[in-house]
Design a protein around this ligand. Structure first.
Ligand SMILES: *Cc1c(COP(=O)(O)O)cnc(C)c1O
Length: 424
């Protein structure tokens, strides 16, 4: 398709958009009395209007039923998390028993490392990406330290080549091969938070397994954004937060995936709690832990129903749409944004560069723009003029044209504001 940098063309794309009415399902902040152009759904997704209904339902059940709500609420609380299994499993490409919701992301990754990082004298190394999201770096370092090992020895980071912004698949595979039988775990972000690069999870997972290691993924920027086939890719474990592309609300609960092949392994150690115990016998208050055979066997505490409520509202919305339709629009709107950026770049004589891979297989709903000339002043200009984006040191603006609620006209309008911000 040949794109045009005109309002009419953008409006035409909007009129053909099958998901266009979902924009009405979200609450947008306003700047200068106008609805913003929201590019930070990769950081905190907008509030779906239906979230309030789900939360109100819990509040009302709590008021009217109190403790009886555990069993007699509209959606009983004692097994509330089970409502997620089916729709979430479709979002991440898993069996329903392989997914659950609990805790928050970094906490779940720690819990997964309890089960899947058990270093021995020979096999103790972890491969991760260089410049991973800081929480992942701290998490991995602290786990290594916890086992009495030296992070400098045990953690191997995959570097970018000089002058390149993205990590090459061949470099990941080469590193896995080189470490071979010293490799205990591969743990990488499926979509890099800074550049938006999507990793080839299938190939990397296989390479990790061939080396005899476990392979886990942090899917913070992947869940609800890209097509995942966690079961078929044979991924050992994964976790994701729900407040980014999944619009569940600030700091909200994490999703967890544990592959079926690990559900019946009594040798896997884990940190246990009563919510992971055999469901039929949970309230018998027995002394011996008998884990649920499934991701729920890693549950610890009874669940924060008030925070799961908006997450469930969002998961239901994803289930209505399906990932395929979402991805179809994602690719179209991302390509249109890329086109707009290139057009404006030509008009203002090249002051910025897109560092996200051009290759469609290696990117999803984010374009990261490296500013050569302008700096924070341009970012401030955008924010003041109703473009909500974010700034990452040293000089990057991240743009996520989230397909659920961004419009093609937003992309056009953004281009006009950007141009004014650069040319003054
Ligand atoms: C957003 C994000 C996190 C945040 O972790 P929390 O435990 O939810 O605070 C962690 N890792 C990555 C890669 C992220 O993008």
């Amino acid at each position: 398709m040949t794109y045009k940098n005109t309002r009419e063309f953008a409006q035409q794309l909007d009129s053909e958009d099958q998901l266009k009415h979902y924009r009405e399902e979200f609450l947008f902040p306003q700047v200068n009395g106008k609805q913003v152009i929201y590019f930070t759904g990769n950081s905190l997704g907008l509030q779906p209007k239906r979230a309030k209904k789900y939360v109100d339902e819990v509040m009302n059940d709590w008021a009217n039923l109190a403790v009886e709500g555990h069993f007699y609420a509209e959606k009983p609380w004692w097994d509330y998390q089970e409502r997620f299994a089916k729709p979430l499993s479709k979002i991440v490409g898993a069996l329903p028993a392989e997914v659950t919701v609990m805790n928050t992301l970094t906490v779940n990754l720690h819990l997964m490392m309890v089960s899947f990082y058990r270093p021995t004298a020979k096999r103790y190394k972890i491969i991760c990406e260089s410049k991973a999201f800081p929480s992942d770096q701290y998490m991995i370092q602290s786990q290594v330290h916890f086992h009495g090992l030296d992070p400098k020895e045990a953690i191997v980071e995959i570097e970018r080549r000089p002058g390149e912004h993205n990590i090459r698949l061949e470099d990941v595979l080469a590193k896995i091969n080189a470490i071979g039988d010293e490799l205990a775990l591969v743990l990488i972000g499926g979509v890099n938070y800074y550049t938006g690069q999507v990793f080839d999870m299938k190939t990397i997972t296989k390479a990790g397994h061939d080396a005899g290691a476990y392979v886990g993924w942090d899917l913070a920027h992947a869940a609800g954004n890209i097509k995942l086939e966690l079961h078929d890719w044979d991924v050992d474990f994964a976790a994701w937060c729900s407040y980014k592309y999944m619009n569940s609300g600030p700091g909200n609960a994490s999703g967890l995936f544990v592959h079926e092949k690990h559900h019946h392994n009594p040798d896997l150690p884990r940190f246990a709690g009563w919510w992971g115990h055999n469901k039929e016998r949970r309230f018998k208050m027995e002394p011996k832990f008998d884990p649920v055979h499934g991701a729920e066997g890693w549950q610890i505490s009874n669940l924060p129903i008030l925070s799961l409520a908006p997450y469930l509202a969002s998961v239901d919305m994803f289930d209505e749409i399906g990932m395929d339709k979402l991805i179809e629009k994602r690719d179209k709107i991302t390509a249109y944004l890329e086109f707009i950026l290139h057009e404006i770049d030509k008009e203002v004589a090249s002051t910025f560069e897109i560092i996200t891979p051009e290759n469609k297989e290696e990117r999803a709903s984010q374009l990261s723009v490296f500013l050569h000339g302008e700096g924070r002043s341009l970012f401030d200009y955008l924010m003041k003029n109703g473009v909500i984006t974010d700034w990452r040191e040293p000089n990057v603006i991240r743009l996520a044209p989230v397909p659920l609620y961004c419009s093609f006209e937003d992309m056009y309008e953004f281009g006009q504001i950007l141009k004014k911000g650069i040319t003054g």
